[in-house]
Write a protein that binds this ligand. Structure first.
Ligand SMILES: [Zn+2]
Ligand SMILES: [Zn+2]
Length: 75
């Protein structure tokens, strides 16, 4: 599902550096790569990378065990 704009888009797990909440881009933002991300919780705006990124819930290929997010070392 590429329309040319997502060429350098990098899916990332993003946390707000101010309030440490997860930043997940949803709906139109999930399809619209952006340099700067605005926290939905505190309004802080930051740029996690020099390229366009999209905040995702899970990285591609790593969405098998979402339940493990609160517990580490369960290999
Ligand atoms: Zn964002
Ligand atoms: Zn925040």
């Amino acid at each position: 599902v590429t329309d040319g704009t997502a060429k350098e888009t990098i899916p990332m797990l993003l946390w707000c550096p101010e309030c440490s909440k997860r930043h997940v881009d949803e709906h139109e933002y999930a399809r619209k790569p952006h340099h700067t991300h605005a926290c939905q919780h505190c309004g802080h705006v930051w740029r996690p990378a020099i390229v366009c990124t999209v905040g995702v819930q899970f990285l591609p290929g790593f969405r098998n065990d979402p339940v493990l997010s609160s517990r580490e070392g369960a290999s």
